[in-house]
Design a protein around this ligand. Structure first.
Ligand code: 13P
Ligand code: SF4
Length: 429
């Protein structure tokens, strides 16, 4: 039933039934290094030390201008002007205002991936976002182009919650339970290139918060449709997976199980894996996971007629209480379409919520939860890092290039292309 070209073979660990569904033995060489089963991530203080196999902080040893330099804006402007069409600056909606000011295009992860792929003439793509986004841009651009991340410490804690070795172990568990053949992996954009490559090798697709529904529908179609018996392995954000499957596709909460990579067998019995339709990876966003039901209830008590809009990385219970759910771009579009006087509380990253309140002063826009901080890694890209990046390019030095291993990039691209071939992003109206 599975469209996975690899059946139960795990190219990283070399374990599993190393034959394709048609019985042909597989002989694949992987450039990824196998790690022992269930190895916890070693502690790494943000911005210190190096761990190039991880989305976590790696040092950024640049000769940065002082943040207090009053000429930073003028320096950024001059450098960008000097570079002209040679540089294209992409800015994710969670970036600081001081950085967004210099972005040629702003967007959610889907739009930025499309935009990166649509700029073949720019030799340098400066990605003001986080590491997995820059990796995806590198995969989608030509070999002649270089993608640059102004601060290599800008990772994503959610993406780090699924390592390649853990996901291979999971696939082995699905093989042991006899369900891998009917399982399609769907990986959220917020994942490392290695996880995207796993997804491509096993016949799956990438999704973002703006097209998760379409991606899941496509995945289920590969194994008999949503009404059938096929399964999806959803990586690494359990909340986006659950919200989409239950709220948008009509599956039940009982159809979903959570695979914990830190427990033997994912903490699930074979019978549980066999009965499940959605196998959700135990990952979450450290920012969106903090929005609470209590905060939504308090907003409804305190602000008459308030509309609650949240990102689908929020927990299921929170999404159930919201009026609107959407990707960062969709949140902006919905707020923009509302009449003057509308009151909103917004459950997403604080830089974007602050920007919304200045973009739409005729509406009342508040942050959903007082105890939630900025995304610390998105926030690492600041004006000093951007100035350093642009001025280095003017001097002919490329700092912080993001280069994905060609074998990994090949299979990750298969999964990314599958996503880009799906009908455009949809969201729940
Ligand atoms: P969007 O694709 O909605 O921009 O989300 C990216 C992200 O990291 C949200 O936390
Ligand atoms: Fe990752 Fe969450 Fe930050 Fe988005 S907001 S980049 S998911 S840690």
């Amino acid at each position: 039933m599975s469209t996975s070209p690899l059946g139960c073979f795990s190219p990283t660990t070399g374990r599993g039934r190393n034959r394709r569904a048609d019985g042909i033995p597989l002989c694949l060489v992987s450039t990824e290094t196998a790690a022992p089963k269930h190895t916890p991530l070693r502690l790494l203080v943000l911005g210190q030390g190096r761990d190039l196999h991880s989305e976590r902080g790696v040092e950024c040893p640049g000769d940065l201008p002082a943040p207090s330099d009053p000429d930073l804006v003028a320096r950024a402007r001059a450098a960008k002007e000097a570079l002209g069409d040679k540089v294209f600056v992409l800015g994710h909606h969670y970036q600081r205002d001081e950085v967004i000011e210099f972005a040629d295009v702003t967007g959610d992860s889907f739009k930025l991936a499309q935009q990166a792929a649509a700029r073949p003439d720019a030799p340098w793509i400066v990605f003001c976002g986080v590491h997995f986004m820059a990796e995806s841009a590198d995969i989608l651009t030509s070999d002649e182009q270089t993608v640059i991340l102004p601060d290599l410490a800008a990772g994503c804690s959610m993406a780090d919650m699924a390592t390649s070795a853990q996901v291979d172990d999971c696939w082995d568990d699905l093989c042991d339970a006899g369900v891998a053949e009917q399982t399609i992996p769907v990986s959220y954009m917020n994942s490392s290139a290695a996880i995207k490559a796993f997804t491509g090798r096993h016949g799956g697709t990438i999704c973002t918060s703006s097209n998760a529904r379409t991606a899941l529908e496509w995945a289920f179609e590969q194994t008999g449709g949503v009404e059938g018996t096929g399964k999806v392995l959803f990586l690494p954000d359990q909340h986006l997976g659950r919200n989409t499957a239950v709220r948008e596709l009509g599956l039940s909460l009982q159809d979903c199980v959570v695979y914990d990579p830190h427990l033997p067998g994912g903490g699930l019995t074979k019978a549980q894996l066999q009965a499940a339709r959605m196998i959700l990876w135990r990952g979450h966003c450290s920012v969106h996971g903090r929005f609470t039901v209590e905060a939504v209830e308090a907003a409804r008590r305190e602000i008459p007629g308030v509309k609650v809009i949240v990102h689908p990385e929020c927990r299921y219970e929170v999404c159930e209480l919201a009026d609107e759910i959407g990707s960062t771009e969709q949140i902006i579009t919905k707020v923009a379409a509302a009449p003057a006087g509308t009151a909103w509380v917004v459950g997403t990253e604080l830089n974007l919520v602050k920007r919304l309140s200045t973009m739409f002063p005729e509406q009342s826009i508040a942050f959903l939860e007082k105890n939630v901080c900025y995304c610390s890694t998105m926030n690492r890209i600041d004006l000093p890092h951007l100035v350093w990046t642009l001025e280095s390019l003017v001097e002919g030095r490329v700092v912080n290039p993001i280069r994905v291993d060609p074998e990994v990039a090949h299979w990750a691209r298969v999964a990314l292309d599958q996503m880009l071939a799906l009908p455009g992003p949809t969201h729940k109206d």
